[in-house]
Design a protein around this ligand. Structure first.
Ligand code: PRP
Ligand code: URA
Length: 207
């Protein structure tokens, strides 16, 4: 699918299988999700733009590179929190915004209950983080919020995606880069991804 990068790195796929395994308890699930987030963010940030800067080594002045734009990570609560800390280890200077969304169980509509974002996201590279892209309702709601805050450079990292969710996001955001470890088969009648890994928030936090 156009603009969707499936990260097939063996360590990502190995860890994804452990996360899919229903026997993996929250403590282990948190640890493995953090590991996989580290690997995924390496790939997802590969097209960040650089600017050339001068740098003085102890011996002489030379040219080097710096990220052109400030980075802001935006995990979608709750499950996005499971990827945040590990990503911050790799990008410690990143700022962090939060979007709280809850999908209603019967309608599958995402309702926003929290938002903590700078007014102006225009100067930033924005990385939207959510392990699950199911119907795509939460992703579109989060992306709309980011656009309301004037974000121009957005990429999204989802561990597991459903084809339905990708199609929904594509209707509103045809050029958004999406990085995922898997495009699964389909959604079930309750909006869960098949084969998926279950409810990511519940798997992470045990409730
Ligand atoms: C999950 C997941 C996504 C959303 C995906 O969150 O973390 O945010 O569902 O579903 P969608 O693509 O159909 O919108 P949930 O609403 O269950 O909240 P939680 O993380 O607090 O459990
Ligand atoms: N949210 C999840 O956490 N898992 C799914 O399969 C779908 C939505």
């Amino acid at each position: 699918m156009k603009g969707v990068t499936v990260i097939n790195h063996p360590l990502v796929q190995h860890n994804l299988t452990r996360l899919r395994d229903g026997r993996t308890a929250p403590q282990e699930f948190r640890r493995v999700l953090a590991e996989v987030a580290t690997l995924m963010i390496y790939e997802a940030t590969g097209s960040f733009t650089l600017k050339t800067v001068r740098v003085k080594t102890p011996l002489e002045t030379t040219t080097g590179s710096q990220l052109r734009h400030e980075v802001i990570l935006v995990p979608v609560l709750r499950a996005g929190l499971g990827m945040l800390e590990a990503i911050l280890q790799l990008i410690p200077h990143a700022r962090v915004g939060f979007i709280g969304l809850k999908r209603e169980e019967t309608t599958l509509q995402a309702t926003s209950y929290h938002k903590s974002l700078p007014k102006n996201l225009k100067p930033f590279e924005v990385v939207l983080i959510d392990p699950m892209l199911a119907t795509g309702g939460s992703a579109v709601a989060a992306l709309n919020l980011l656009r309301q805050h004037r974000a121009e450079r957005i990429r999204m990292v989802n561990l597991v995606s459903a084809p339905e969710g990708i199609r929904t996001v594509r209707k509103s955001y045809p050029n958004l880069p999406i990085f995922t470890a898997a495009i699964d088969r389909q959604l079930n009648a309750r909006g869960y991804i098949l084969p998926g890994l279950g409810d990511a928030g519940d798997r992470l936090f045990g409730v």
